[in-house]
Design a protein around this ligand. Sequence first.
Ligand SMILES: [Fe+2]
Length: 263
Amino acid sequence: MAETGIRQREVVKQQVTSKAGSSGRAGLPSPGLEVLIPDVPVRMGSAWQASEITDSDWRVIIPAAALHEFEIIADALAEYDEPLDELAADSFDWPATTDLMADVRARLTGGPGFVVLDRMPVENWTDPANRKVTWLLNDMIALPIMQKWKGHRVYDVRDTGAKLQYGVRRSVTNLSQEFHTDGSFLEMTPDYFSLTCIRQAEAGGESLISGLVSAHDDLLENHPEHLKRLYEPFWWDRQAEHDGSEPAAGVFLERRGADGALL
Ligand SMILES: [Fe+2]
């Protein structure tokens, strides 16, 4: 499994690699910080319940023309061994894939917020070729940003035999994961993330997706007292995803843009 976080806002320039100077989450909460929660449901994507969406909302069948382009690109890059970072999707002419990813992007931003590409011919390619194709498809949505403090932008999710401990992510153990957002050690989390399943686990490995906007709006309607707490700063164990000179814990703060919209 290869996992990638991508972000399209300007802050991405500071989050591509740790070398660019992002200090991630650090610092103490400001005393007396005023906490405001919205009066009405937040509009930052579509709120959905599982019963309200169908396969056709999120399953995208890859057309034969795009699959053909994938094979051409994978062949062309077979000998490429420079860093992934230097590969850009717009260096290639692949119109069917461009149309496909425009559809994906529309569903991510204005549809249910997730898609399944059905399906990538991952078994035809080597692991490096899978990484290259994955990278390029992600690059068509937004610039990939760092998944690890040390700068990895495509991250392997697999059981390495490691035991869970400080600084060891569950994604390299055989443990299941809770619902989470990637890049929580960053100043701002990714706008999107992707998973490419290269080899299915012999057992387990199911993925679950939840609608955060729906959960937010349900809390707003039914338990606003709990939602208020979630808008307040809270401590975050950075799990070694930071420079050694920085504190081991940071603070999550609500972030809003100049227009007041949640970031
Ligand atoms: Fe993740």
